[in-house]
Design a protein around this ligand. Structure first.
Ligand SMILES: NC(=O)c1ccc[n+]([C@@H]2O[C@H](COP(=O)([O-])OP(=O)(O)OC[C@H]3O[C@@H](n4cnc5c(N)ncnc54)[C@H](OP(=O)(O)O)[C@@H]3O)[C@@H](O)[C@H]2O)c1
Length: 342
């Protein structure tokens, strides 16, 4: 029997619960394809799941991580349109293919097993084919969650328009991806961070128009009002005042009694406050097409190896908040091309 290395969280009170297992390589049925996972990208969610701070249910002994890019090694007899060697990514949730979000019970690496393994069998209708482009497997893996989420925030409701002002909180994966999309759409961007070094980076690398250090300016909303001559922003990724507020994060946990009065704020500002739970396969597909044709990449920070010590070091690095760009796990297959090293 052919086996593969699979990582599971045997407990969820820290990264030490991550353990390696030898498990069978799945046998595909006639409607499935078998994927070789080339790169896995980490999200803050993977840290939260491993430390039991994630607010949604998680499967026992789950295989963590939702984001991977891989290639097809076997195709089921009744599958059309996919061939061995095809490069693909999968969305966050195999049931969230298009339209409004309905069901969080099947998100990879949480309620169902995720991508931290060598092989996975999937139905092809959920997969997004990768275009010919300069992107490496790591660059495609890095965009799965952040780009479908940011695409959903900008285009899933009232679409972002050229000339809009976009306020982005923080410089994490979702925030940097939102910055890349907002700049590409011709928006004016304001981004906050706790670090001047990170703010300098987003200015020089991605052309962020305005930056605010939220440690130096705890009342950063007042700074936004100053920058926008009291007009506020049209789109906000996370929280604050203005046109469309896309709530994605649970980084700051405040008790219900300390939450802002959303009802009154929403009425007074006449704004749309919208929760975002990742993005659909359709939104991922649109983001892949846009990034492929415009040669846009989510920045990669560091790459770690596919063994327990390295994966724990990678999770610790994401937990530290020092990263600026995505953190990837490299499965180091023999057939790697020169562009796939990071
Ligand atoms: N709802 C969804 O669909 C969805 C999808 C993806 C992610 N998320 C959530 O979004 C959050 C970010 O995820 P990620 O993967 O982008 O994380 P990440 O790459 O680890 O980035 C986290 C970043 O958040 C910023 N931050 C932390 N506390 C902050 C605060 N009080 N105010 C403003 N910014 C703050 C930090 O920016 P600085 O270091 O610059 O200060 C940090 O770099 C997580 O809670 C994650 O679970 C939600």
């Amino acid at each position: 029997m052919c086996t593969q290395s699979v990582f599971r969280l045997t407990s969820r009170n820290g990264f030490n619960g991550l353990q390696a297992f030898n498990e069978p390589i799945p046998t595909i049925d006639k409607h499935e394809v078998l994927l070789r996972v080339r790169r896995v990208a980490l999200n803050y969610r993977d840290v939260a799941i491993a430390t039991s701070t994630y607010p949604l249910p998680v499967k026992n002994q789950v295989i963590p991580c939702s984001d991977m890019a891989g290639d097809i090694t076997q195709v089921g007899d009744l599958v059309n349109g996919f061939a061995v060697g095809g490069r693909v990514v999968a969305p966050l949730n195999p049931k969230f293919l298009y339209g409004p979000f309905k069901d969080s019970s099947e998100t990879f690496g949480g309620p169902i097993d995720g991508m931290l393994r060598e092989y996975i069998a999937l139905p092809p209708h959920i997969l997004v084919k990768l275009p010919k482009s300069s992107h490496s497997f790591a660059q495609w893996a890095a965009m799965v969650c952040t780009s479908s989420t940011a695409w959903n925030a900008f285009y899933g409701n009232m679409p972002l328009k050229p000339g809009d002002t976009v306020l982005i909180l923080g410089t994490g994966g979702v925030s940097l991806t939102a910055l890349i999309f907002a700049k590409a759409a011709g928006a004016t961007t304001i981004i906050t961070s706790s670090s001047d070094k990170k703010l300098e980076y987003v200015k020089t690398t991605f052309g962020a128009d305005y930056t605010i250090n939220y440690k130096m300016h705890p009342n950063w909303a007042a700074e936004v009002n100053r920058i926008t001559a009291c007009q506020g922003a049209d789109h906000i990724i996370e929280v604050a005042y203005g046109g469309i507020v896309s709530l994605t994060s649970f980084l700051t946990s405040v008790t219900q009694d300390k939450m802002p009065d959303l009802t009154m704020s929403t009425i007074i500002k006449a704004c749309v406050v919208r929760g975002v739970m990742g993005g659909s396969k359709q939104q991922l597909e649109e983001a892949v097409k846009f990034m492929g044709s415009h040669d846009l990449q989510v920045p990669l920070d560091k790459s770690f190896g596919f063994n327990r010590d390295e994966i724990i070091a990678a999770l610790e690095y994401v937990a530290s908040g020092e990263h600026l760009g995505k953190v990837c796990i490299n499965l180091d297959w023999d057939l790697l091309g020169a562009g796939d090293q990071l």
